[in-house]
Design a protein around this ligand. Structure first.
Ligand code: TYC
Length: 102
């Protein structure tokens, strides 16, 4: 009969809420870029304060690299490009990369 149509859902859909993967921006050491320039880039591009930018620069200097920030992929890639553009313009080999967080 028309009034006995089973209208109950036939499937159960599990909500799949996946967080967008975060990316880390890494600063890499080199032998040529002046320390003051690295600090300037960290301040201007990553809006870091004097103490934090100096600490991150020194960590990269001593350890070879340092995580600058963890953020969504598009932000990470934009920051890397802005920082590398400044370095290229100043003709320093300073390197930033972005990679997915584990
Ligand atoms: N090692 C550079 C020097 O001695 C300074 C430097 C620090 C360069 C950190 C890059 O990511 C870097 N002039």
């Amino acid at each position: 009969m028309a009034n006995q149509v089973d209208l109950s859902p036939k499937t159960v859909t599990k909500p799949k809420v996946e967080r967008p993967r975060l990316y880390k921006v890494l600063l890499h050491n080199d032998d040529y870029t002046p320390r003051e320039f690295v600090v300037l880039v960290l301040k201007v591009v990553f809006r870091m304060g004097a103490d934090a930018s100096h600490r991150v620069m020194m960590t990269a200097h001593r350890m070879g690299s340092c995580v600058v920030v963890v953020c969504p992929k598009d932000v990470a890639e934009t920051k890397v490009k802005e920082a590398m553009d400044l370095a290229k313009e100043a003709e320093f080999p300073l390197m930033f990369t972005a990679e997915p967080e584990e």
